[in-house]
Design a protein around this ligand. Sequence first.
Ligand code: HEM
Length: 478
Amino acid sequence: MAMEMGYVLSLLLSLLAILFSTMSLIQKKSSKNINKKKLPPGEMGLPWIGETLAFYRAQRKNQLFEEFVQPRITKHGNIFKTRLMGSPTVVVNGAAANRFFLSNEFKLVVSSWPSASVQLMGMNSIMEKQGDQHRCLRGVVATSLSTAGLEDLVPKICNSVKLHFDRHWQGQDTINLFRSTKILTFSIVFECLMGIEVEPGMLEMFEGVLEGVFAPPIKLPGSRFWRAKKARLEIEKMLVNVVRKKRKEVEGRLEGEEGMLLSRLVAALVRGEISEEEVVDNVVLLVFAAHDTTSFAIAMVCKMLAHHPNCYSRLLQEHVEIKDSKRPGENLTLEDTKKMKYTWQVARESMRLFPPIFGSFRKAIVNIEYEGFTIPKGWKVLWTTYGTHYDTQYFPDPMSFEPSRFEENIPPYAFVPFGGGPRICAGYQLAKLNIIIFLHFMVTCYDWSLIYPNEPITMDPLPFPFHGMPIKMSPKLL
Ligand code: HEM
């Protein structure tokens, strides 16, 4: 028996030895192959950890560009390599690089999210889809935001904003603006876009999931990720019920009769084009995609308006004229929102200076030749908004707030708060309407001022105003 054990053990050891030597041979061969090519300049830092700590430190202070990206651009140029969170990564900057990498989604690169995000959003969300499945889901979202869809959305958003002011602003003299816009954005996505009624406790449940989206995926009881996973299970239960109820409704409906986004997703489910899990995962994803981004954009517009009284007066004038053209109580129309040209310039300029998403990661699916460098298959690529938003080549005097610069044509792929290429933000139109309609009611109904005019912006990893941007406000005397 002892002899047999010894035999098995020595067999195992020899197998392991063969395995290790084959692996190291493969590794040596592939690193030799990579060495033959010209990798971009830059430092890979410590093994595995690379330059992750420097990246996180800069991100936390909202100094990712100033402390991480810019010094490396100065040292190595617009394309440099580093190692972040265990992955060799090439950071690319500039409009040409944005165009190249964003428009080559699925051909040269695919979007690459952290493991926690994928587990919490679900494997079936649009961000994990490629090719035809991606096109199918985008199609469903796009039809809800087509011109006909937008015409219906405008009065719905107006009603949501008015109701929000009645419930949360009336009778208050201070309010946490960032929190307030998060509550509002949540109900706009749910009620106006998807057609799901918000019930008490839903926002907290969703925020529980969002908290873990960028956390380390450690399933230890009490960890951020573990709590988020629990919240995700609760949401799943709730959404499965909502979807099954909607399914009965959709099945009993006349063919061709369309509805809001949830009805359209469920109709695709009934036609067998998507699964129940896909419907649930995409509802969660849409909330994640819309929530902090739109709220942060609104908060930054308000910050900029408070600091630039001339811009504020011009914006206010635009809204007073629109309001004066309406009968009392009459809702805005899509046509009215098209008149909010200066407001949209202000919003774009605020998102240029304070992009809600600093950029995102891709993964090379083949060896990529770009600008004389090779980006090996499997490496990550990080495109950033800062790489163009703060560049004098595209935006003269880039650190100054000049909304009217958007009167001129901006070179393609230079202004990219919503990304670009096949994965350009699917909710761009909704975000725009949400921002400008909120501002319409805020500036025409309230006088307001920032409590901390120089409140710092921090990131974790999405940006947010450190104190939640409290404002003092009072109803406007007409
Ligand atoms: C100011 C607000 C917003 C900003 C700045 C923003 C920004 C972005 C960016 C940069 C991307 C591309 C990410 C990448 O390339 O990896 C993206 C994708 C996406 N956004 Fe937005 N977004 C906003 C609001 C919204 C809203 C309101 C919705 C929908 C309700 C939405 C839905 C999506 C979806 C579904 C995707 C994924 C598209 C795909 O993978 O094909 N976003 N967004």
